[in-house]
Each structure stands twice: as structure tokens, then as C-alpha cells.
Design a protein around this ligand. Structure first.
Ligand code: GZL
Ligand code: ZN
Length: 327
């Protein structure tokens, strides 16, 4: 779906752009009606990582604070379960449906069913590919290409002018997931300025700690010289860190680790010098999501794209930031 409007959540209020589709017509899906709380059906990916846990917590806490009646489903990483959860929300006649699509494709049918039932849909965290028009009102999430690019640029800067080839292995997230595809794209853009940087292996660890550990164990055996690991999330980086230590090497020194998310455990590893750089991907989407849910339930226009800004941290910045972080 080509949408041209976007808005960035800054400290200031969101600059609302006009969404391609809002018509200001009467609230769809009931809008909570007089007195009744707005009901939100949320279909979550699963509980695969520290990021996901923080994201789920943020959504549940924010729904409570906003007086929104939340029906929450955990799909355990399976698209079929997410689709059936969305179908059940449609049958229940919720006012709004929101979900974080585990992968980019395969949503057209169920989103058309929601549209035909006049239940507005909000995408959170991950984007989708669809040919259907106006099957969701807005997408709130980070810019994953930018995250990958920041990570790649840091590596390029670290090895600027270094002689000889620098061997990088990439631990990819869930195959087909928007962040996995985009972070790979962005990372390659970031390292492209330094011809000595070479991705010698790239495999999925499915965004989990165990996945990252298993892939790294295999790569340590099969790849003679690894200089850098780019883990598309902290959890896979932490798994890789364990594998590197088990192989008798020092993570952060013998093999550098760059990751994305900036969850507590990743930031602790960075502060301890076992990671070298982390690009944040803020999971605390709950409060902004609830604002959007209320606006959409009331039939108000919302920005087609709400970008959640990210920071990035080296070791010193992580040491300073850790005490004050919420996740
Ligand atoms: C990113 C989110 C990704 C995180 C992972 O917004 O979709 O999924 O980077 C999580 O930790 O599993
Ligand atoms: Zn994307």
C-alpha cells in the first residue's frame, strides 16, 4: 500500500498528516458508543524476545490507563494463529483491531473481512505488503532500514582505513518479517562505503536467544575468521555472545557484536564491553497506540504513518543510560 503521509512522534505532539483514507464519517465498529468503553482486539506476534515482552507490557498498561477494554491474543509466532485471532475479534465485533504482523505477506483476506465488517485496523511495530486499498488506518513503528543503516555505518566507521578484509556474519530475524528484511537492506547500505567489509554468512536466528546461539555455534566452526557479528536483535546477539565465550573467544574484543533493540540485557552486555554498539528500537508503543485507537474509533483522521524515533548507544552511553531506562 503506497501511503505518502507520515508523522514522527517527537517530544511535541504528533504532527497529524491527513491519512489517505479518513472520511470523517460516523464512527466505524461502534466507536464505544455512549458510555461503553472502546474495545480493542490486539493480536501479538508472540513472546520471542525481550523487545516483545516490553512491547506487550506497554500495550496492556496503556490500555488500562486509557480505559480501553483490551482483548489480547498471543500467536506464538504463527501467522495462522494471528489470522484466527483477528477473525475472532471480527466475530466479537470489537471497535478496533490492532496487530504486529509476524511476516509481511498473507494478510489480504483477513484484512478485507475486517474492512467489510467496518472494523478499522491499526498496524503496529511491523509493516505488511498488500495490494488492497485502505485495509488499515495507520502504521505505527520504527524505521527498520534506518536502524540497519546506523548499525552498518558504525561498523564502517570502526574499520575505516583498516587493512585487509573484515568478515561480518549477520544473524537475521524471523524470515519474511519486515524488520528482518529492512535491517538487512539498511545494514548493507551502511557498510557499502567500506569495500573491506564483507558479509561472509547470513542466517536466521528467528529473533530468539537460542536461535542466535545455535547459528553462531555453527558459524564459529564453519567460518575461519569472524570479526563482527551484526545481530538483528539483542536476543540473538546475547545467544551469539554465549557461543563465542564457549568457543574460548572474548565477545566485544575478539569478535565485535552490534545489535538492535537496546533492551535491558543487551544494554547490560554493552555496558560490560561484551557488545560494542546497539541501535535502539523502542517497544513502548502502548500510549501512542491507545491515542490512535480512540481517534480511529471516533472516526477521526489519523496520520497514515507514525514513525517511532530511535537512539543508538556505544559503551559509555549505555553505562550512562542504563539506570534510567524503562525496559
Ligand atoms: C522490531 C520488532 C522485532 C524486535 C525483535 O520492531 O518487530 O521483533 O527487534 C522482536 O526483538 O522479536
Ligand atoms: Zn519495512
Amino acid at each position: 500500500m503506497k501511503r505518502t503521509f507520515a508523522a514522527v512522534i517527537g517530544i511535541a505532539a504528533v504532527t497529524a498528516a491527513v491519512a489517505a483514507c479518513g472520511s470523517g464519517k460516523a464512527p466505524e465498529g461502534g466507536g464505544g458508543g455512549a458510555g461503553g468503553a472502546t474495545t480493542l482486539g490486539f493480536a501479538q506476534v508472540g513472546a520471542e524476545s525481550g523487545w516483545r515482552t516490553a512491547n506487550t507490557q506497554s500495550i496492556k498498561t496503556a490500555a488500562q490507563a486509557a480505559g480501553i477494554d483490551l482483548k489480547f491474543a498471543d500467536a506464538n509466532g504463527e501467522q495462522e494463529k494471528q489470522i484466527s485471532a483477528i477473525r475472532s475479534f471480527i466475530q466479537q465485533g470489537v471497535d478496533v483491531i490492532a496487530f504486529s504482523p509476524v511476516v509481511r505477506t498473507g494478510w489480504d483476506a483477513v484484512l478485507l473481512e475486517a474492512k467489510n465488517s467496518k472494523i478499522p485496523v491499526i498496524l503496529t511495530d511491523r509493516a505488511i505488503d498488500t495490494q488492497e486499498k485502505d485495509v488499515y488506518k495507520t502504521f505505527i513503528g520504527a524505521d527498520f532500514v534506518e536502524e540497519g543503516k546506523r548499525a552498518g555505518t558504525w561498523v564502517a566507521d570502526q574499520y575505516a582505513g583498516a587493512p585487509g578484509q573484515v568478515n561480518i556474519v549477520q544473524l537475521e530475524g524471523t524470515t519474511g518479517a519486515d524488520p528482518a528484511i529492512d535491517r538487512d537492506t539498511g545494514f548493507k547500505q551502511g557498510i557499502s562505503s567500506n569495500p573491506n567489509l564483507r558479509i561472509v554468512a547470513s542466517q536466521t536466528g528467528d529473533f530468539t536467544r537460542s536461535g542466535g546461539k545455535q547459528v553462531m555455534e555453527a558459524l564459529l566452526k564453519s567460518t575461519p575468521k569472524i570479526d563482527v557479528v551484526f545481530a538483528q536483535n539483542d536476543d540473538m546477539g546475547l545467544g551469539a555472545m554465549e557461543a563465542i565465550e564457549a568457543a574460548g573467544k572474548v565477545p566485544g574484543k575478539d569478535i565485535k557484536i552490534v545489535a538492535v533493540d537496546a533492551t535491558h540485557d543487551g544494554m547490560q552486555a554493552l555496558a560490560d564491553g561484551k557488545f560494542n554498539y546497539i541501535v535502539e528500537c523502542n517497544p513502548l508503543l502502548g500510549p501512542k497506540l491507545m491515542d490512535l485507537v480512540k481517534q480511529v474509533a471516533a472516526g477521526e483522521q489519523v496520520p497514515a504513518r507514525v514513525v517511532v524515533p530511535d537512539e543508538a548507544f556505544d559503551q559509555q552511553q549505555a553505562i550512562k543510560a542504563l539506570p534510567g531506562r524503562q525496559y
